[in-house]
Ligand binder design. Structure first.
Ligand code: AMP
Ligand code: ZN
Length: 113
């Protein structure tokens, strides 16, 4: 998508601090980290948000979640971590390309603000 910052990261038009990449997804360090480890995980395909998922995305989302587990292990988050996807305005979504935050390295509070 032309004006999508995460599509531009996926195409390498905008550089990122890459953690993991394959044909379907990318993981990179968040530019404004909210925890000692804060990685953003995106599909390379443009999908707006969780609300835009359909049956055709089942394999993709399954692949992303299994990869997140491996990324957490590679980043040594053995004491625990959180995976979050903000959806829509009240959910706090600011980038309109579905993504998953992987947060760890400190005690995370619940409920979030
Ligand atoms: P959200 O607010 O849930 O939509 O998450 C968007 C996240 O993307 C925020 O945590 C931003 O800090 C992060 N972000 C925005 N632009 C970039 C970028 N160029 N590189 C890395 N992270 C970014
Ligand atoms: Zn996009």
């Amino acid at each position: 998508m032309a004006d999508c910052i995460f599509c531009k990261i996926a195409s390498k038009e905008i550089p990122s601090k890459l953690v993991y990449e394959d044909d379907y997804m990318m993981a990179f360090h968040d530019i404004e980290p909210q925890a000692p480890t804060h990685v953003v995980i995106i599909p390379k395909e443009h999908i707006g948000s969780l609300d835009d998922l359909s049956n055709e995305h089942k394999n993709l989302i399954g692949h992303i979640f299994l990869s997140i587990k491996d990324i957490a292990k590679a980043l040594d988050l053995r004491e625990g971590y959180r995976v979050v996807s903000n959806c829509g305005e009240l959910g706090g979504q600011t980038v309109g390309h579905i993504h998953f935050h992987l947060l760890g390295g400190r005690q995370l509070q619940w409920p979030p603000g």
